[in-house]
Design a protein around this ligand. Structure first.
Ligand SMILES: CC(C)(COP(=O)(O)OP(=O)(O)OC[C@H]1O[C@@H](n2cnc3c(N)ncnc32)[C@H](O[C@H]2O[C@H](COP(=O)(O)OP(=O)(O)OP(=O)(O)O)[C@@H](O)[C@H]2O)[C@@H]1O)[C@@H](O)C(=O)NCCC(=O)NCCS
Ligand SMILES: Nc1ncnc2[nH]cnc12
Length: 297
């Protein structure tokens, strides 16, 4: 068994309690476990190293997943209990739960931001799935993503074009570069995942590649195309463009499927570490990719 599979097996039995968690939250937590185990992930914390980070390591992420697991159930149950309220109230009322979940994460990690973006994405996805389940709607990937888009409709305009004064990274980068970050991705119904990483992941699996190889190839496509605000926050647009170009070059050479594909990913990891670049948004989206692929099975 590969190191990837054995670590996942160990962490799933340590962190997931099927007696207290419903299936959708379990799948979301499995997605976060896969994300942290997937290696090499250029610039990011993985099983090989801490990427371009001094303040967190593999264990920080495990503590974070453990701390947020019960909140994932709360997101799902919130969706079930509030299935009939308006989409704008649905979003307004879920955010305090999101903030409490963020607080639990920060307490568990000694104030390090491990999963703020992941909490945002899975908060929306799990509450939406709870709502759809309660309404006895069929719960396919297009239906889930379309409903997330409905719930988030106007978010970029309301929180970034207007009322933009909290000065978070996302707000600052919208003002400077018109980047819409995690909010734009949610409001688009996870367009980058649906149009890029999910088709690549599924094609790789259909061609007989392992889950690990399929996720690495999908990760490379996210590095090549995602408008990742974390890269811009640390390296400016130059940092984002550098990662896009390097990942596209690697894809053109055959990506992870070429004979020395993994070695080239390792070299890209070294390069991002040297430049202090960490694609945290793409880390979240690879977890969303695995989640949606497995939700639709
Ligand atoms: C709406 C919020 C997400 C507000 O956050 P903010 O205004 O800062 O918005 P963004 O910068 O757009 O994004 C926040 C996080 O989202 C991830 N992200 C970035 N780009 C994308 C993208 N293109 N698509 C999707 N997601 C994206 C990313 O999160 C990951 O990276 C974080 C770790 O990175 P690190 O480099 O360590 O970052 P820092 O420690 O912050 O900086 P350094 O000092 O180290 O450089 C980690 O969180 C990953 O998950 C972005 O960081 C949202 O937070 C919000 O409103 N929260 C309130 C609660 C709520 O409403 N929840 C939702 C309903 S349940
Ligand atoms: N593996 C990872 N490394 C660094 N930042 C992240 N944000 C989410 N996952 C991450």
């Amino acid at each position: 068994m590969s190191n990837y599979s054995s670590q996942i097996g160990r962490l799933e039995s340590e962190l997931l309690n099927p007696h207290v968690l419903s299936l959708p939250p379990i799948l979301a937590l499995k997605a976060l476990i896969r994300e942290i185990c997937l290696s090499p992930k250029p610039g990011l914390v993985d099983m090989n190293n801490n990427g371009a980070h001094q303040d967190m390591n593999f264990q920080t992420f495990i503590k974070s997943i453990s701390a947020i697991s019960s909140w994932f159930e709360d997101f799902y149950q919130y969706g079930k209990s509030n299935a009939n309220i308006s989409t704008s109230d649905f979003l307004t009322n879920i955010r305090p739960i999101g903030l409490e979940c963020e607080k639990a994460m920060f307490t568990a990690t000694n104030q390090v931001n491990t999963h703020k973006g992941g909490i945002f994405a899975f908060g929306l996805l799990l509450s939406t799935i709870g709502k759809l389940a309660q309404l006895k709607s069929s719960v396919t990937v297009p239906i889930i993503c379309n409903e997330v888009a409905n719930i988030c409709q106007g978010m970029v305009n309301n929180e970034l074009s207007q009322n933009n004064h909290r000065n978070s990274v996302g707000e600052r980068l919208f003002k400077q570069h018109n980047l819409t970050g995690a909010r734009g991705e949610a409001e688009s119904g996870y367009k980058t995942v649906n149009q890029i990483s999910l088709p690549v992941y599924q094609k790789m699996l259909n061609s007989g590649y392992s889950e690990e190889s399929a996720l690495l190839q999908a990760m490379l496509y996210l590095l090549a195309y995602n408008q990742d605000t974390n890269l811009v926050s640390r390296g400016g647009l130059e940092g984002l463009n550098f990662v896009h170009k390097e990942a596209r070059d690697l894809i053109n050479q055959g990506g992870i499927m070429q004979q020395n594909g993994r070695e080239k990913m390792l070299r890209l990891d070294d390069e991002l570490i040297k430049r202090n670049l960490s694609p945290g948004g793409s880390a979240d989206l690879i977890a969303v990719t695995w989640f949606l692929a497995n939700y639709s099975k």
